[in-house]
Design a protein around this ligand. Structure first.
Ligand code: NMX
Ligand code: MLT
Length: 435
């Protein structure tokens, strides 16, 4: 058994009694109460999911396995010659809760490399789709096409014990995660680079290989590593993570679950906001005819968008009440590598201009920028100007956290998810409006 899986098995065996005890001895202890506003309003804030992979504090932002983003960037083993950690090390952290050593990461790299080959029929599926399909539809279809590879389904059909479900689920998780960068790069090169596909380089790590297959030189390898790490997880209630968890709760396999999460991520209120930010900025640039807007002009563009009933993409959040630390990490990168980039100047001006306007507008509970406000500008700077593609990058990252969650869902035996719904009549009765 590979060392990572062995470590995971020990962690699972040690963790199980905690969940069993909570259920058995404290199962009826109240965690939360639910209001009508929450029932109608998208369950905002209802504490009704559990995960140990990450936790989102409204003021501090995300912690992966207890580590903040700066801590992860500092502590996780780095790729020689680069500044960013191995994505493989981050996968290790999310799965086991431990920061790996360089040696641990090298073992994981070796284990993962042998699993990277994408079946050729996946490329046939991508080629069979209409040329103008959105990259997210392509990405989701490619993942779904691989469902027949599921080790978990094979073992399930052979009749393995529920206690062992996590093991083939882990196999599916790793097999799928290590193939996603090649699928993503293939979609990009097929759609936007005259079909000139670049073969993977097996000697490279996951992030380095992605940059290589995209055909973009350094430091885009570090951009890829940073990007996949930052987008990997955001606790369990966001649309993509929740979708993945929900699908897997029916014991559907990893391929169904990850394909499904990609579909949820493709919404403009969620991951697609990163493409919307660039689309919005390009719209402003077109209207300005190449001239940089003054702050007053920028304020007018923001108000025009709000007054036409649209949201300002990249701002606001359902949980966060401060600037997203993922925004900050990417901003630090921009300040170091592209401080004079004109689009970065726009993004920075928006950081100044938008929050006071959203406060004055009086609707958004969080006026501060989220991860999506800052991510497109980096891609654009390194030549990935086809912003339709940006959410695919988010998806490669998000799959890592959701896959880790699903392995643990199976390890801890979480049941099928099935909340209860009520009718409007019933809510009116509860409210005392109607007998
Ligand atoms: N621009 C304008 N209005 C906003 C914004 C914004 N950026 N954010 C929230 N509002 C409005 C929201 O539409 C709602 O209006 P109404 O009462 O008319 O329905 C009101 O403010 C209250 O919403 P909140 O409770 O603050 O936010 P909610 O939790 O419902 O939604 C988002 C969170 C993230 C969906 C919302 O802030 C938004 O639409 N932001 C813009 C899109 C975006 O950046 N999404 C990416 C989120 C991060 N991600 O990657 O997933
Ligand atoms: C995410 O990364 O999933 C987004 O910030 C949305 C969320 O957490 O609700």
């Amino acid at each position: 058994m590979a060392k990572l899986k062995e470590k995971l098995q020990k962690k699972i065996e040690n963790w199980r009694p905690r969940t069993t005890r909570l259920l058995k001895d404290y199962g009826t202890v109240k965690v939360d109460e639910v209001t009508i506003q929450q029932v109608i309003g998208g369950m905002r804030g209802v504490k009704s999911l559990t995960t140990d992979i990450s936790y989102l504090d409204p003021y501090e932002g995300i912690r992966f396995r207890g580590y903040t983003i700066p801590e992860c960037l500092e502590k996780l083993p780095k790729v020689p010659g680069g500044e960013m950690p191995y994505v493989e090390g981050h996968i290790y952290l999310l799965l086991t809760g431990e920061i790996p050593s360089q040696e641990d990461v090298q073992e994981v790299l070796e284990e993962f490399k042998g699993r990277r080959k994408v079946p050729s029929y996946v490329f046939d599926v991508l080629r069979a789709l209409p040329e103008d399909s959105h990259p997210m539809a392509m990405f989701s279809a490619a993942v779904l096409a691989m469902q027949k590879e599921s080790v978990y389904v094979k073992k399930y059909n052979e009749g393995i014990s529920k206690m062992d479900f996590w093991d083939p689920t882990y196999e599916d998780a790793v097999n799928l995660l290590v193939r996603l960068p090649e699928i993503a790069a293939y979609i990009y090169r097929m759609k936007y680079r005259n079909n000139e596909i670049i073969a993977p380089d097996p000697s490279l790590d996951l992030g380095g290989n992605f940059a290589h297959m995209m055909g973009i030189g350094e430091p885009y390898d570090d951009v890829a590593r940073l990007y996949f790490l930052l987008h990997s997880d955001h606790e369990s209630g966001n649309v993509s993570a929740h979708t993945g968890h929900l699908i897997a709760s029916a014991l559907s396999d990893m391929y169904y679950a990850i394909s499904g999460l990609i579909n949820g991520l493709a919404g403009p209120l969620h991951g697609l906001a990163n493409q919307e930010v660039l689309r919005w900025i390009q719209g402003v640039m077109d209207k300005m005819g190449g001239k940089t807007p003054s702050e007053e002009e920028m304020k007018k563009f923001v108000w025009d968008t709000l007054n036409s009933g649209q949201v300002i993409p990249g701002f606001g959040h359902a949980v966060l009440r401060k600037t997203d630390p993922r925004y900050k990490a990417q901003r630090d990168f921009c300040l170091k590598y592209l401080p004079d980039d004109p689009i970065f100047q726009y993004v920075d001006m928006l950081y100044k201009v938008v929050p006071p306007i959203l406060k004055e507008h009086g609707k958004a509970k969080n006026p501060w920028p989220n991860v999506d406000a800052q991510s497109g500008v980096i891609q654009w700077y390194y030549g990935v100007k086809e912003y339709d593609f940006y959410t695919v990058l988010f998806g490669v990252g998000r799959a890592i956290g959701v896959a880790a969650n699903i392995v643990w869902d199976r390890a801890l035996g979480y049941p099928i998810e099935r909340p209860k719904s009520l009718t409007t009549d019933m809510l009116e009765e509860i409210a005392g409006i109607k007998k």
